[in-house]
Write a protein that binds this ligand. Sequence first.
Ligand code: FAD
Length: 441
Amino acid sequence: MKYIGDYDVIVAGGGTAGSVAAISAARMGMKVLIVEQMGFLGGTATASLVTPLMSNGIKGNPDNSSIGREINERLVATGDAYPDNPSWFNPEALKYVLEDMCMAAGVRLLYYSTVTDVIMEGNSIKGVVIHNKDGFSAVHGRVVIDCTGDGDVAALAGVPYESGRVSDGKNQPVSVRFEVGNIQLDVFADFLNEIGYNGMKGDRVEIASVWGRNWPLEKIFREAVKSGYILEQDGAYFQAFTIPGKPGCMSFNCPEISNITRALDPYNLTYAQVEGKKAIMRLHKFMKKYFAGFQNSYICNTAVNVGIRESRRIKGKYYLKVDDYINCTKFDDAVARTAYPIDIHAVDSEGLQLKYLPEGEYMEIPYRCMVPCNVENLLVAGRCISASFEVQASIRIQVTCRALGEAAGIAAALSIEEEITTGDLNGVKVRKIMRDRGIFI
Ligand SMILES: Cc1cc2nc3c(=O)[nH]c(=O)nc-3n(C[C@H](O)[C@H](O)[C@H](O)COP(=O)(O)OP(=O)(O)OC[C@H]3O[C@@H](n4cnc5c(N)ncnc54)[C@H](O)[C@@H]3O)c2cc1C
């Protein structure tokens, strides 16, 4: 097998956590490689069109990640995020910003390459095997950070994991997101205000409809089901937002493909793409008919990747339980804080479940949730860290994944500098550096 180099840190997956992890480690002087299967960075945010960032729900919305803050500032500067609320951003612009920040930090990018195996020495990871059009190659790293979202590297290295809810392993539904362009947003905002929304303005529109909530759009959805424009399932979860930097365009957080409950099965994902597109066509036809301002609109983007909310969750040195969430357990080695609710999308007939913390409270995520229980020099950052099904439904949002990425990059660099394993590294040191960077931790 070809050998393609030696790095301090290999980041598998250049998504939300991975891009930030790579920048974080490179800025601490590490030689960093990102191995990414797509031809761009951003992962779920860009390939699955997921915008806006959900807030961490902590009073004042303090920064979870200093690199995340920089990303937001860069997007605001080009008009690709709202200055008064940078959480709303343009996913297309994010690709450019992340790539630019990685290049500036000296990160080496390797696109169109998938991690397919691990190189182990005892219980220590020494590198990964990748596959691309050049065949298989080996690359060595002193620390590997698994930011694949699905815990691919950890699973290959033999780290135990869970997936889905405890009773039957069913994952939350996946979604195929899309964008619609050439909407007359002023006309649409007036229409929304007429049907019961309050103070909606053309440059910033947010709409949602979920059966049984009696939100203003529900009656229209009901009528459209009766008249055959959409199916019952199309109204189960519908949500859309305007996109800064893309005038006349909205991003749709739907359709949800609720009968897909094995999120890593490629046949299921293929089915989701096919059925998703059919649902998108129905929804768009429906909106053109029923929503004022949509008459000349068109579907301008369909997500390249099916949006996966949760899949593998590794078993780490600490396992975050629902009690930790409810009791807001605090940890000396905390690297992220969040009060985002436990937000479980419908599995089978069970509806959307939201569980909020009391105002002013937040949960903490310890460094040890990113440290696999049985493999050294491997860190896992992003939505697949060591947590229960319920807690993952809170930690999966992008601001938390960015925080975990930044922490993992710091931890990789510190362990290399101190010549100790990532398992022996005291997470309190990671936290200290994050605090020094002005992060609320
Ligand atoms: C439909 C949907 C709606 C959501 N809504 C919101 C929202 O409104 N706001 C919010 O903040 N969050 C939302 N989320 C959650 C959030 O977007 C994700 O949980 C988060 O972005 C995941 O980040 P990550 O870094 O863990 O994974 P990702 O960002 O998915 O990154 C994983 C990366 O790894 C790459 N990869 C995977 N396997 C390999 C491999 N073997 N080799 C090489 N590369 C690989 C992928 O291509 C990808 O780039 C939503 C999620 C979904 C699916």
